[in-house]
Design a protein around this ligand. Sequence first.
Ligand SMILES: Nc1ncnc2c1ncn2[C@@H]1O[C@H](COP(=O)(O)OP(=O)(O)OP(=O)(O)O)[C@@H](O)[C@H]1O
Ligand SMILES: [Mg+2]
Length: 254
Amino acid sequence: MLKIENLEARVDEKEILKGLNLEVKPGEVHAIMGPNGSGKSTLAYLLAGRDGYDVTGGSVDYEGADLLDMEPEERAAAGVFLAFQYPVEIPGVANMYFLRTALNSIRRERGEDEVDAATFLKMVREKAKVVGVKPDLLKRAVNFGFSGGEKKRNEILQMAVLEPKLAILDETDSGLDIDALRTVADGVNQLRSADRAMVVITHYQRLLDYIVPDVVHIMLDGKIIRSGGKELALELEKSGYAAFDGGAVAQAVA
Ligand SMILES: Nc1ncnc2c1ncn2[C@@H]1O[C@H](COP(=O)(O)OP(=O)(O)OP(=O)(O)O)[C@@H](O)[C@H]1O
Ligand SMILES: [Mg+2]
């Protein structure tokens, strides 16, 4: 589904991704862990199509197409979704309206019929319940004045509404209380399916007790330096990043 080969990218002349390889197959859940500044969010943004990244090498194949050649809207229509580490507030735009507009623009791009307001209302209320988003948050402006945890749950609601094929969750667990973590993980688990893949970026092994990944990757200084099963996350929790390619960590942190 997704094959990244030797990806190199710069932001403002600064080299951030330095030959990154990653292959994700349909139905798989991958976790990416790595110290602050290792390039995890950069990778997520780049895949979603945010401007400002200068790809200097490598390739990204998504379902047989060159992802980097696609506009952000085309990527969304093709099923790529990113839940932001820092969800964006949109004052003056009701959350429900935003969600329906997002869904319908994707449907239009795919040549499908739009969903009418009444059908959407019923659908979004059901999904909000599943992911633990309170009904009044649907009427409020997108993320505006939402608590940190409410914003994160709202990202999961967006994912549930848009039903992506490839979902990238950038630290969706940070800022969540224990119950919210459970709710969000349950929401994610319900969306697991044989034709949907997920890439979960996290700093905490705990999330991976709830969302059990097929593969765990350690990212360091713009590259994936180690991949393994879920036990890799436990190993990391015990030993810290210094145990992995020690010299490189010292350099990356310096
Ligand atoms: N627009 C930018 N201009 C300059 N440097 C940038 C820009 N965007 C990202 N960087 C730098 O790229 C590096 C990687 O950032 P990124 O946000 O991808 O890290 P991360 O792995 O997601 O970290 P965290 O765990 O803290 O979220 C950092 O050193 C960051 O300062
Ligand atoms: Mg980040």
